[in-house]
Write a protein that binds this ligand. Structure first.
Ligand code: MF3
Ligand code: CO
Ligand code: CO
Length: 268
């Protein structure tokens, strides 16, 4: 199946959806504190999306082939949870790291973004992993340009992750996004520069590396969704939705509170 670049009109809708997804993270950020449960964060985000933004939380009842419907409106993945954590009774405590992954639908278009949050003061190891994963995401995004290849993104991410002695999760990847939550292409977070799909202006996909402090192997919990590291090492993830432009890239999931691209990359 060919990957069809989005029209100018579709891109405008995707900009809007992307900004709204990022603004949910801005809204929830100050609420990520010790004593808060992941279920409470879900409820706060759900109500913000539905009542304030007029967006639809895409995860709620999302059921790709082989999965049972996802029961909540956001994903919360704590410590050794890699992704797709289901919010519930778990109470956050000081030292936890948590990924909150937000996908909204506005006017039929999806915006998908996630950030890591520290609950209280993280350990030195946790901060290093989270910061390195943030840099990996941006190195991947910075590799996006027309005429470039999907493999450029994965290669940039894998190289930096492995320089740190970390590993890249292989089973989940970034994805095309638009009217559908998950479209073609698959955006691997590892690989070889110059390989894979050639990037064209108008293509929109996510870059969302999952980086483990230990080995890459993962396991799915009995809830059918939550992914954890097999060796119980910490895992981190950051995600943006990105447009290929005529000259490079545009991040669609920006907002006032979104942490900016690291300066040493922006200058490059
Ligand atoms: N937001 C995730 C992604 O980045 C997908 C979550 S699917 C869900 O692709 F059902 F778990 F919400
Ligand atoms: Co995504
Ligand atoms: Co996501």
């Amino acid at each position: 199946m060919p990957v069809v670049p989005k029209s100018a009109e579709e891109i405008e809708y995707m900009r809007h959806a992307g900004r709204l997804a990022a603004e949910v993270l801005d809204f929830v950020a100050p609420k990520v504190r010790a004593g808060m449960s992941t279920g409470e964060l879900d409820k706060l985000c759900h109500d913000y999306m539905v009542e304030i933004q007029g967006t639809v939380p895409a995860p709620l009842n999302y059921a790709p082939p082989g999965y049972k419907p996802f029961p909540k409106s956001i994903c919360t993945s704590v410590n050794h949870q890699v992704c797709h954590g289901i919010p519930g009774d778990r109470v956050l405590k000081a030292g936890d790291i948590v990924n909150i992954d937000i996908t909204v639908i506005k006017d039929g278009y999806h915006g998908d973004t996630s950030r890591m949050f520290f609950v209280g003061e993280p350990s030195i190891q946790a901060r290093r992993l989270v910061d390195a994963t943030f840099e990996c995401m941006w190195l991947g995004i910075a590799a996006v340009r027309p005429g470039g290849h999907l493999g450029d993104i994965g290669a940039a991410i894998q190289r930096r992750a492995e320089e740190h002695g970390y590993s890249v999760v292989r089973e989940f990847c970034g994805h095309g996004i638009g009217r559908k939550f998950h479209e073609e292409p698959q955006v691997l977070h590892y690989g070889k520069a110059g390989t894979g799909l050639r990037l064209e202006p108008g293509m929109i996909f996510t870059v969302e590396p999952m980086i483990n402090a230990g080995k890459p192997a993962i396991r799915e919990l009995a809830d059918g969704w939550t992914i954890v590291t097999k060796d119980h090492s910490l895992s981190a993830q950051w995600e943006h939705t990105v447009l290929v432009t005529e000259t490079g890239f545009e991040v669609l999931t920006r907002s006032a509170g979104a942490p900016p691209m690291p300066e040493h990359l922006a200058a490059a």
